[in-house]
Structures are given as C-alpha cells and as structure tokens.
Design a protein around this ligand. Structure first.
Ligand SMILES: O=C([O-])CC(=O)C(=O)O
Ligand SMILES: [Mg+2]
Length: 234
C-alpha cells in the first residue's frame, strides 16, 4: 500500500483512448478467452471481484491513484471522464475506508462511463445496484476515509498487481477483469478470435457426438506428454 505516487497532485487530460471500433471488437469476447489468447494481456489478481451493478463491460481506463482511503481525486474524476470509459482506481487495497459509493457511481453513469474497477473497497451497494453501473472492488465497508489528497488522475496505476496506463482497455465480466495495453488491442482481438474459433470447433464436435477428450484432441496431448517425460505404458 503506497501512501505516495511519483505524480501525485497531477491531473492529465490527454486522450490515449483506442478507437471505439477496437474497444467494441474486444468487447465481443469474454475475459476467459482474452486471458487464454496468449497475447499481451494482464489478468487482474484475485481479490478484486464484482460487488454491485452489472457485471459486463469493456472500455478504456480513466485512471486515478489515491492515497489509500482518500476520496479527493475520485470526486474530481468525473470531470475527466468520457462516454465509454472505465474508472480504474489504485487505492492501495485499503480495506477499512470506502472510496466510492452511489453518488460517485451516479455521476459517472450520467457521463456514460461503463464500469468501475477499484483496488480498495466501496459502499452504498444497494444504490449502485439501482444505478446498474458495474463495480468491481476488494470488498465493501460502510465508512469513508479522508478527503484531503494526495491523488492523481490519468497517471500509471496498479490494479490487483497489474500495471494500468490511461487508455488501456479493461474488460470485466462474471469471471473477473483483464487489461489490454492500448497499443495492442487489435492484436489481442485477432488472437482471441482464434481462441473463440477453437472453442466453437470443440462445441460443434461434441454436438455431433464426440466426447470431451476426442473433441479437444487431449488423447494425443497425453500421449506426447507421456513420451516427453519418458513414461511408456502399454
Ligand atoms: O465513499 C465515499 O465517501 C463516496 C460515497 O459515499 C458516494 O459516492 O456515495
Ligand atoms: Mg455515499
């Protein structure tokens, strides 16, 4: 949990967002297939999970770093948000001071933000459920913390052990969160399409009567792995 950031007190408004078409292409695929793509994808560490609102979103990151438990720069963040954005907050994982609730979520929803991912805890879950904006965080806690800074907006942050740069694309669904660097979104879409096609082939084969092992070609993999480790069975 860091109480300082090299760019604390900074607010950037540069637009690093990838094209809406690239974001929409990535949004077609679930986090699981994106994570399986083998491309330059970060998987947000365990512990940051769905807390309130919807579950499904995909959009470029508007990043906030805040002193753990402080809400000053979260209150400013909606001024920098654009339609389609995902608010990503590095709150150092602090568990005993909520840094977002239904008032902030409502302000972001009105601007057209599509999701919120917080390395920290949140509150006002019922209100956020009513608003519907997906919120992922480490947990819930009823009291807020301080309102004095420092913080920073649109700087490099860490979410669940993963680096997030402003404009990187965050995809969330019921399985979790993945982050795709803004300059690699199209590459990851192409790699993920191949995963989807492979899974469709398996499903079609099983629909035609194949078992799981046959459909996935796993017998051949087991044979090769046995050979590799030098096990020779009849
Ligand atoms: O956690 C906080 O202080 C913010 C809050 O309650 C809200 O946005 O409704
Ligand atoms: Mg509140």
């Amino acid at each position: 949990m860091s109480k300082a950031h090299p760019q604390q007190w900074t607010i950037h408004d540069d637009d690093h967002r990838p094209s809406a078409a690239s974001v929409a292409a990535l949004a077609q695929y679930p986090t699981t297939q994106i994570a399986d793509s083998g491309g330059p994808v970060s998987v947000v560490g365990p512990g940051i999970v769905h807390q309130a609102g919807g579950r499904d979103f995909c959009g470029p990151a508007l990043t906030v770093w805040t002193k753990p438990g402080d809400i000053l720069f979260l209150l400013k963040a909606p001024d920098l948000a654009r339609e389609g954005d995902v608010l990503v907050v590095d709150g150092g994982g602090r568990p005993d001071a909520a840094i977002l609730g239904d008032i902030m979520s409502g302000a972001l929803a009105r601007i057209g933000a599509v999701g919120i991912a917080i390395d920290g805890v949140v509150r006002d879950v019922d209100g956020i459920d009513e608003i519907g904006l997906p919120v992922f965080a480490r947990g819930v806690y009823p009291t807020t913390g301080s309102n004095e800074g420092p913080g920073a907006i649109n700087v490099d942050v860490v979410l669940g052990g993963v680096a997030v740069h402003p404009g990187d694309v965050v995809r969330g669904d019921a399985s979790g969160l993945v982050v795709v660097p803004r300059e690699h979104v199209d590459d990851v879409v192409a790699l993920t399409r191949a995963v989807d096609e492979r899974e469709r082939t398996w499903t079609a084969a099983m629909r035609d009567g194949a078992g799981l092992a046959e459909a996935t070609g796993v017998d051949e993999v087991i044979r090769q792995r046995r050979e590799a480790v030098g096990v020779h069975l009849p």
